[in-house]
Design a protein around this ligand. Structure first.
Ligand code: ADP
Ligand code: MG
Length: 171
C-alpha cells in the first residue's frame, strides 16, 4: 500500500446543520478515508477571512466569509493514498448547479444549495493541504506524522472511534 497522503475537509455550516446530509457525508468519509483528526469549531470573521485570503477581492468573498461564520464547521484531517484528488472528486465541481447537472451523485450535487453553500471544502494540492492543516490544527505534528504515525495508520490495525469520529490505533 502506498503512503498515506493527507487532506483537509471542512464540512460547511449548512451541511453541519442538516442531519441527513451530515450523516451521509460522515459515512462516506469514514468508509473511504482514514480519519486522523476531527474537530468542530465556530470560525470568526478573522479566521474565515484569513483562510480564504486567496479570494480577497472576488465578488463572492464577503458572502463566503459571512456564510462560513454562520454556524459550526467540522474539520477533518483525512488520509488516503490519493486523499486530495479523491476528496475533491467526491465533492464534485465548485458550482453546485454544474454538479447537479454533470455528476448528480457528487456530494455538492446532492447536498449543495448554492454556489457559496457547496457542502464542503477540500485542499487542492499537497502544499495547500499542509498549510490548511497547520492553520486549523497547529498542534498536529507533520514531523511525527512522517516519522512514525503514517506507517502505523497505514499498516494498522486501526479501529473507528465513533465518539471522536477518528480512526485510532487498536492497541
Ligand atoms: P473550491 O472550494 O472548489 O476549491 P474555490 O477555491 O474556487 O473552490 O472557492 C472557494 C469557495 O468560494 C467555494 O467552495 C465556494 O464556497 C465559494 N465560491 C467559489 N466560487 C463562487 C461563485 N462563483 N459564487 C459564489 N461562491 C463561490
Ligand atoms: Mg479552493
Amino acid at each position: 500500500m502506498q503512503k498515506l497522503q493527507l487532506t483537509l475537509a471542512i464540512i460547511k455550516p449548512h451541511a453541519v446543520k442538516n442531519p441527513v446530509a451530515l450523516s451521509f457525508i460522515r459515512n462516506v468519509i469514514k468508509n473511504k478515508f482514514i480519519v486522523i483528526k476531527t474537530k468542530r469549531v465556530s470560525l470568526d470573521k478573522e479566521a474565515a477571512g484569513k483562510f480564504y485570503s486567496e479570494h480577497v477581492g472576488k465578488f463572492f468573498y464577503n458572502r463566503l466569509v459571512t456564510f462560513m461564520t454562520s454556524g459550526s464547521v467540522d474539520l477533518h484531517i483525512m488520509g488516503h493514498c490519493n486523499a486530495i484528488e479523491l476528496w475533491r472528486r467526491m465533492l464534485g465541481p465548485t458550482s453546485v448547479y454544474k454538479g447537479q447537472f454533470q455528476e448528480p451523485y457528487c456530494l455538492r450535487g446532492m447536498f449543495g444549495i448554492s454556489d457559496t453553500r457547496n457542502v464542503a471544502h477540500g485542499s487542492d494540492s499537497p502544499p495547500s493541504a499542509e498549510r490548511e492543516i497547520k492553520f486549523f490544527f497547529p498542534e498536529f505534528s507533520f514531523y511525527q506524522w512522517h516519522n512514525g504515525h503514517e506507517v502505523l495508520y497505514r499498516k494498522g490495525p486501526i479501529i473507528f472511534n465513533d465518539h471522536l469520529f477518528e480512526h485510532v490505533r487498536k492497541l
